[in-house]
Design a protein around this ligand. Structure first.
Ligand code: GLN
Length: 538
């Protein structure tokens, strides 16, 4: 029978609830338990796929093609596991199902209400995510006291009531602010937040206290007494240099005792390998600098998975990967060299829209001509093809039809039909609505023998990576590109998945997003190889 750990947040957002949840999951996983995670988002969007990256950060794509909250990425990176559409849901999805069922007559003429119908739908989704795991860690987005969080809180309360007492645990992540003028840490906001929780029927069994200063013993005693939580279950969580330190900090803080006591089981994590990787992150022996060329540089959250993937690869290579942020629009103004400088490698990440595309093309030309290791991801591959077509093939107006729908040479085009993951034919046209017309999720690809792609991935015939894009490389240009020295080194069912340049030490473009499958313990192969190349080029 699955045990449920509910993680709620108090006082304010951005306290690192997701990292807390993922860290607890990691500790349980490293103790040999089968662990899964669930993120609940109380907003009304069906998924974050249509939200601006400036608003919501990165959209994380699961293997089965769900567009989800970026916290799901953190979960996968920590517990080294592939999650699916079942591992996150939003208020929008809950209401969509309830209303659909009502329209279909599924409620037999009843009046549909938040209690019980919406709450039941939420509970069903939580139970479905449990899926015979030993533990399911559920993170509820938002903060206690938010109006939109109430139906979810009620579901947690109901599940607690339905299951044996040792099967559910409530963990509350709260803030203990330091008031400079008074020179004191204050517990009052946390006390109020716990009061609010109790008002809606939820008793916390553990408090994770986010604080900038060390929590003195007397404050822990006070919190335990006033919040009615076991003294051993007051866990201090100071700021960490790396998010991957957090599970180690929790263990040091004594989290194993309240977990073991509450569930009445032995919890003995083996963190040896994790510890080594964290040490490599904190005190690495080598150092490289990668020029990261992008558009949304003011909001690095939209490249979250890629930044983390570089950290994973650095940890495995005992290398600090410095990211040199290069604004593609500034490259347009002052040229590639001034901005990119002496970086050891160049990375152009995914993106949408023509803004900054010209600067990215210049960065790619710079990488190609100066033989700097290059990795282009998704749009970064598409632009590498455009650059090659224009400057090597001499097709001056070659473009993606995303940027110029009348281009005489649409080297990147809108494929009008393709076979999706489940083997169904998908049709796409210019008039298709924005949501849901992208190639999403995991697709297989075959690396070409002796290519850099194969050297990175290995000798299996087929590998899988995840996608999120609307446009594709146009196979009509394949022959001309190959004759001119750009090789197609990865293919999936006739779709072009990877390109490389022959006359270059390491120039790789991939249509997929390798960053989505990189975990601390298992870094993504192509990104790992890219960082190795940066090291070699230093
Ligand atoms: N804008 C491009 C497309 O839709 C690339 C998308 C991406 O980089 N994720 O195909």
């Amino acid at each position: 029978m699955t045990k449920f750990i509910f993680v709620t947040g108090g006082v304010l957002s951005s306290l690192g609830k997701g990292i807390t949840a993922a860290s607890i999951a990691t500790i349980l996983k490293q103790s040999g338990f089968k662990v899964s995670m669930l993120k609940i988002d109380p907003y009304l969007n069906v998924d974050p796929g249509t939200m601006s990256p400036l608003e919501h950060g990165e959209v994380f794509v699961t293997a089965d093609g769900a567009e989800t909250d970026l916290d799901l990425g953190n979960y996968e990176r920590f517990i080294d596991k592939t999650l699916t559409a079942k591992n996150s849901f939003t208020t929008g999805q809950v209401y969509q199902s309830v209303i659909k069922r009502e329209r279909e007559g599924g409620y037999l003429g009843k009046t549909i209400q938040v209690i019980p119908h919406v709450v039941d739908e939420i509970k069903e989704r939580i139970y479905a995510a449990a899926d015979s795991h030993d533990f399911l860690i559920i993170e509820l987005g938002g903060t206690v006291g938010d109006i939109e969080g109430l139906p979810f809180m009620e579901s947690l309360r109901a599940i607690r009531h339905e299951l044996p007492k040792t099967n559910t645990m409530n963990i509350h992540v709260s803030l203990i602010p330091y008031i400079k003028a008074a020179g004191e840490l204050k517990t009052k906001p946390t006390q109020h937040s716990v009061q609010e929780l109790r008002r809606i029927g939820i008793m916390p069994h553990m408090l994770v206290c986010r604080t900038e200063r060390e929590l003195p013993k007397n404050l822990k005693d006070k919190l335990a007494l006033s919040c009615d939580v076991e003294r051993t279950a007051i866990i201090e969580a100071g700021d960490a240099q790396s998010i991957y330190q957090v599970p180690l900090h929790f263990i040091k803080e004594g989290i194993l005792t309240p977990l073991s006591n509450h569930f009445n089981i032995k919890i003995k994590p083996n963190m040896e390998r994790w510890d080594t990787l964290v040490k490599n992150i904190l005190v690495p022996q080598k150092e490289v600098t990668i020029a990261f060329v992008g558009k949304y540089l003011d909001l690095k959250e939209s490249y979250k998975s890629l930044i983390e993937a570089l950290i994973h690869c650095g940890a495995h290579l005992n290398t600090k990967v410095n990211i040199h942020w290069c604004d593609s629009e500034r490259i347009q103004d002052v040229g590639a060299y001034d901005i990119i400088g002496n970086s050891d490698a160049i990375l152009v990440a995914g993106g949408f829209g023509h803004r900054g595309a010209r600067g990215k093309l210049e960065a790619i030309k710079y990488a190609r001509e100066n033989k700097v290791p290059y990795l282009g991801i998704c749009l970064g591959m598409q632009l590498a093809i455009i650059e090659y077509a224009r400057n090597v093939l001499g097709l001056e107006e070659a473009n993606s039809i995303e940027f110029d729908k009348d281009t005489p040479d649409p080297v990147i085009y809108l494929i009008d039909e393709f076979i999706d993951q489940s083997g169904h034919k998908q049709l796409r046209t210019h008039k298709s609505p924005m949501g849901g017309t992208m190639r999403l999720g995991e697709y297989p690809f075959e690396p070409l023998k002796d290519s850099n792609l194969q050297k990175a991935y290995g000798n299996e015939k087929i590998y899988y990576e995840r996608h999120r894009h609307r446009y594709e490389a146009n196979p009509a240009y394949k022959e001309r590109l190959e004759e001119a020295g750009m090789t197609i080194t990865g293919q999936s069912n006739g779709l072009i998945e990877a390109v490389e340049i022959k006359d270059h030490p390491w120039f790789v473009g991939v249509q997929f997003h390798p960053e989505f499958t990189s975990h601390l313990e298992t870094p993504n192969p192509i990104i790992l190889e890219f960082v190795k190349q940066a090291n070699a080029n230093k």
